[in-house]
Design a protein around this ligand. Structure first.
Ligand code: ADP
Ligand code: MG
Length: 598
């Protein structure tokens, strides 16, 4: 192990040790007690029988024998009970608790990442690595780490004390022990290599297998599986995977066999030799029968301790290998939004796109090319264009989810990136095409930030405006009913239309000066979409609004229409202006769509 990598491993271990200290007080007291108990236990087994046998073969004082026996049994009982009770406490309260806390840390970090990096394959891989980094199944998790550390410390002390005890009498068996452990180390390293091979081979099928097994029971696939009769196909595939995994496991078992048998023979030979040595010492009157028992136990204890230490070092190495990825992700660069200017927004403001061009990270094609547009406060715009024309990208740039590749977006003449982020966010309220509702109550979905400060009654006018009032009243828990049934049976499953209404109500509740609807109604038919857009148009009369759709009928309500095509604004004007030009893209699209929905 190189110096840098062992330093890194030490830092990794320290990171989690400190995390535990911060997580809950009192852990290290319990932990220390359990290690001490672990250290004492083998010595009772070593010295107890010796004292008893010495007494039986010596003075044979029955009272003393009973006393020794009682002390042995009682202390053994107490130590075992302490280890067991503390063990449960450590596992349930500390290890599992800290593991959950760390898992939540991955989620927290994900929410703080710069948005554009979240779509990046590398980020997704790092996220997956961070998760496996503290997963009990891969790294052993927090429990694996602290158990390994406890076993290491405990066994190190036990081994040293036992070795000192044996050295009082003789050194030969210790040589045997060293030979035994070296041979075992060789076997273990071979077994470990085989194990890694097995894991790598299994990993290939594992991912597909788990996807499949979850697919079988995932209710979201239920409809398609039933309608397309995919059940047999999926079960067959599960069998195939099972066969493949069994095959890999069988090969591994066959290859491991010789090393396992070898290590057992090795252990038996060492035991036989040490018994031999101690027996000869008894015959030669160099030690008592009591010493014989004690020394034989001591040697067994040393061998076991050394093997445990070796195993735990490997476990720690494995833990560090995985969990370093967790630290890299969670402690990695946090993107801090730039900008510190106050928005100082009055009722009149201007938003300007100036020569804006944009390429998605890693993409060669421009999604937007040289966009120029000026949005005055109070205006209602329509942004139209075919799918893929760049409409959503236009909005994402305005929302600072991405930065312009070229050009800039200005608010009152100042680049939007220069404004303090949270103040800037207050200006915009957007319902995205792929909006998401949370598995929280309806009220929490509407008022994401501290919903308790608002009474249900205050929300009634809003619910009426978006047409949700009757639905909410019909639910047993009203506004407090959870949306979706992922983890609450009392939840309700909103229809597509109801989800849109909740999303729109959320956008209206935010009460930002600029409201943007980016085709959140794409799942509705064109007539229903048109109705909703018209409703919204009148609802937000006094505000600035941008309505996006590829359906032109929804957009004729607005005075200003921008037509996007292949990343450019190709036409602009009122509905009438644009229709007057018979050759305009707008009038062509309008005529086609009119014919479709007639
Ligand atoms: P619209 O909203 O008008 O349908 P978009 O703005 O979503 O169009 O997309 C414009 C172009 O950018 C399309 O060619 C699309 O494939 C591409 N695009 C959209 N989102 C991404 C992304 N996250 N990464 C790479 N390319 C994207
Ligand atoms: Mg879009």
């Amino acid at each position: 192990m190189s110096n840098t990598s062992s330093k890194k491993k030490t830092n990794t271990i320290l990171y989690f040790a400190k995390a535990m200290k911060r997580f809950k007080k009192g852990f290290y007291w319990l932990y220390a007690i359990s290690i001490l108990a672990m250290i004492f236990l083998p010595f009772i087994k070593m010295f107890g029988p010796k004292m008893m046998i010495d007494e039986i073969t010596g003075n044979a004082d029955i009272n003393l024998i009973i006393k020794i026996g009682s002390v042995m049994v009682i202390s053994d009982f107490i130590l075992n009970t302490v280890i067991c009770f503390i063990g449960i406490q450590l596992e349930k309260v500390y290890y599992e608790g800290l593991n959950r806390h760390l898992e939540a840390g991955v989620g927290k970090k994900s929410m703080e990442l710069r948005y554009e990096t979240t779509e990046n394959k590398k980020t997704l891989d790092r996220l997956a690595d961070a998760r496996t980094g503290i997963d009990a199944g891969y790294s052993g998790g927090v429990k694996g780490l602290f158990t390994a550390l406890a076993l290491l410390t405990g066994n190190l002390v036990v081994m040293l004390l036992s070795a000192i005890t044996v050295l009082q009498y003789t050194w030969t068996p210790l040589v045997l022990v060293v030979v035994n452990v070296s041979i075992n180390a060789f076997f273990e390293s071979r077994l470990n290599r085989l194990k890694m091979e097995q894991i790598q081979r299994l990993a290939i099928t594992d991912r597909a297998y788990y996807f499949l097994v979850h697919g079988l029971s995932d209710i979201r696939y239920g409809k398609d599986i039933r309608l397309f009769d995919a059940k047999e196909m999926m079960l067959d595939r599960v069998d195939q995977f099972n066969d493949e995994q069994s095959r890999i496991n069988r090969i591994h078992a066959a290859k491991s066999q010789k090393y396992i048998i070898g290590s057992k023979i090795n252990l038996a030979l060492t035991a036989a030799c040490t018994y031999m040595i101690f027996a000869l010492m008894v015959i030669g009157h160099r030690i008592s029968i009591g010493d014989f028992t004690m020394l034989s136990t001591a040697v067994t204890v040393i061998v076991t301790a050394l093997n445990t230490i070796m195993k735990q070092l490997l476990a720690l190495k494995k833990f560090c290998g995985y969990s370093e990825k967790y630290i890299e992700y969670v402690e990695g660069d946090t993107y801090v939004e730039k900008g510190d200017k106050d928005t100082n927004l009055s009722s009149d403001f201007v938003i300007e796109f100036r020569n804006v061009s944009f390429r998605y990270p890693g993409s060669k094609e421009y999604a937007l090319k040289n966009i120029n547009a000026v949005l005055q406060s109070g205006e209602h715009w329509s942004v139209v264009g075919l799918n893929g024309a760049g409409k959503s990208t236009f909005i994402k740039l305005l929302c600072r989810l991405y930065e312009c590749t070229e050009g800039e977006i200005l608010l009152n003449g100042v680049n939007i990136l220069e404004y303090e982020y949270s103040q800037y966010m207050k200006i915009l309220s957007v319902v995205f095409q792929d909006f998401c509702l949370l598995n929280f109550s309806i009220k929490e979905n509407l008022i994401c930030n501290s919903p308790e400060r608002i009474s249900d009654e205050e929300l009634t006018p809003l619910l009426k405006r978006v047409g949700l009032k009757d639905k909410v009243d019909s639910l047993s828990q009203g506004l407090l009913t959870p949306v979706f049934r992922y983890y609450d049976q009392s939840g309700f499953e909103p229809s597509g239309g109801e989800q849109q209404k909740i999303a729109m109500a959320r956008a209206l509740y935010k009460d930002a000066p600029v409201l943007i609807l980016d085709e959140p109604t794409a799942a509705l038919d064109p007539i229903a979409e048109k109705d909703i857009y018209e409703q919204f148009h009148s609802m937000v009369q006094s505000k600035t609004a941008v309505f996006i759709s590829h359906r032109l009928a929804s957009c004729k309500i607005c005075d200003k229409i921008l037509v996007f095509n292949e990343g450019k604004i190709v036409e602009r004007g009122t509905h009438r202006d644009l229709l007057d030009h018979k050759d305009s893209l707008y009038s062509k699209m309008y005529r086609t769509q009119q014919n479709m929905y007639r």
